[in-house]
Write a protein of this length. Sequence first.
Length: 159
Amino acid sequence: MPFSELLILVGTTTGNAEYTAQAIELDCADLVPGIQVLRMDAQGPDVFGTPQDMARRLVLICCSTYGSGDVPDNAQAFYARLDEEPRDLSSLRYGVIALGDASYVNTFAGGGKRFDERLSGLGATRLGEIFIHDATSGDAPEETGLAWARQWLQEVQNA
């Protein structure tokens, strides 16, 4: 069954993850009818909705990395609340765009990877591979992230 909604949750420090999410919102309306972009500030596990909501809604985590492989400041409270207020996310299907800098070998793209681990631990199912953008590549994350998201959405909607 195709998804009728895409919820993009953004964890960002410098704005790159937010620009990427906005590019996806603007360019992918032909692939999923309802797209909503929300910064992770002040969000909690209830943002995922009911199991019925999760059945029609696809979630995309678009997250940069901060410090030593951590989630960005605006995502830290949301990340913590996923543990503090655990809920069954077995109906949730999601994807991840993880932004990072490959020169930090041990913590590269850690913010997005941490969300992947946390959601998976709560029973959610990741669809496809994590898309990792390397800031040292010289490619704009909103361009490469958008290209990945279009292909990912096409595959997910046709599965």
